[in-house]
Design a protein around this ligand. Sequence first.
Ligand code: CMC
Length: 459
Amino acid sequence: MSGNKSIRYNFHNFIGTNKQVDHTEIVMKEKLATLSFSDGSPSIDFPIFGGTIGPDVIDVRSLYAKTGKFTYDPGFMSTASCRSNITYIDGDEGILLYRGYPIEQLAEKCDFLEVAYLILNGELPNKNQKFEFDDIVTKHTMVHDQMNFFFRGFRRDAHPMAVLCGVVGALSAFYHDSINIHDEKSRDIAAFRLIAKLPTITAMAYKYNMGQPFMYPKNSLSYTENFLYMMFGNPCEEYKVNPVIARAMDRILILHADHEQNASTSTVRLAGSTGANPFACISAGIASLWGPAHGGANEAVLKMLDEIGDVKNIPDFIKRVKEKDGQAMLMGFGHRVYKNYDPRAKLIQKTCHEVLEELDMKDNKLIKLAMALEKIALEDDYFIKRKLYPNVDFYSGIVYKALGIPVSMYTAIFALARTVGWIAQWKELIADPEQKLSRPRQLFTGSKRREYVPFAKRK
Ligand code: CMC
């Protein structure tokens, strides 16, 4: 890839051949939901809609206009914030589907870019579509060379997530020819740029932190091989990508690619609803992912395992968790939606064993500690009663650790994978005719109106 001209030409060829498939099927139910009041005010009916699968929704959009009241749902425990065709989760059964396909099948049979194509376009690619998609992504992995200087503004020891937030947000300053959100082509170009450049930027964050030179991407490598090459290669010697490791990393990226309306995706959608440009929206998603209750949990799991240190210390740790002593939590356990084993955790556990086998680390102390901890927790009444099971972050950190990736990079790799989901959800939002500025309301509990008191009269 060279100048902007060739970028436009390549993108141009692709756009138009892959219109997003719309499987939307909203059915208005015959029954209505009736809201009645105990004070004798007239009751009000609301329509009920059903999707293809999953719970029906009560359409309360007219509630305020009809009653002057809001719904109250902190944490969105019972709120569908949008309609979506992309990802479906059944938390009770532990099911995860991307565009209808079970995650187990995709993780087993696809590579990451095939899944990316599916998430973005709604269908699995045929041979030509796959070739074209891979080709465009591969040829746009380089970042604007001036970005090298941009990195130098960060401290060497800056957290990679802080660097990612800044650099991804700055893409809108480097690529302002693709921030017109009202133009479909421009949206597609931004999508390709984000997906193609995130591995490069993530690897650059690592290299910068290590004080090593940035590695330019190599077009002969696959998406995931390229990422590993840019992370672990150096200009002084040849770096050969281990195919078992590349497959494991590819699978991890697939498992993290999308997850319905989680906190970071909702952040991207909320930012997107204002008309903000896609690079700014994804940067907002990265900031949201960073928190330990969300993507930051993979980093927290490793810190927790380090703190426990030995299998013999597990009972004491579990006791502290149960007593909620000093906010101790079993990181990598529990999920807002899954009240069953997270299907991604099962797949990562398998990948983890494959990697440890390949690297001759089967007797690794950390994995033994993690497995003992998991077993004890799964048999403990506290966790059983609350339906707390391992989530995707419980084992992913152990794989990264085995690969020699520093703990601070774990959430950054999550962000690189989730960029596909974020951008697909953002595109879906922009194309949705029902899309509106997201503007929640509140239950106000502060002071009522009062008059200003001058300093001299204040007590
Ligand atoms: N360890 C100990 N207790 C827990 C945990 C945990 N990991 N998770 C939930 N609980 C307890 C919680 O204290 C509460 O107990 P009680 O009923 O006595 O008050 C009960 O379980 C219900 O928890 P909740 O906080 O109401 O549940 P939630 O749906 O709001 O929280 C969660 C979900 C993911 C924020 C939480 O389980 C958690 O913080 N887990 C650890 C962090 C983690 O692993 N996050 C990664 C999520 S998966 C990756 C991703 O998609 O981002």
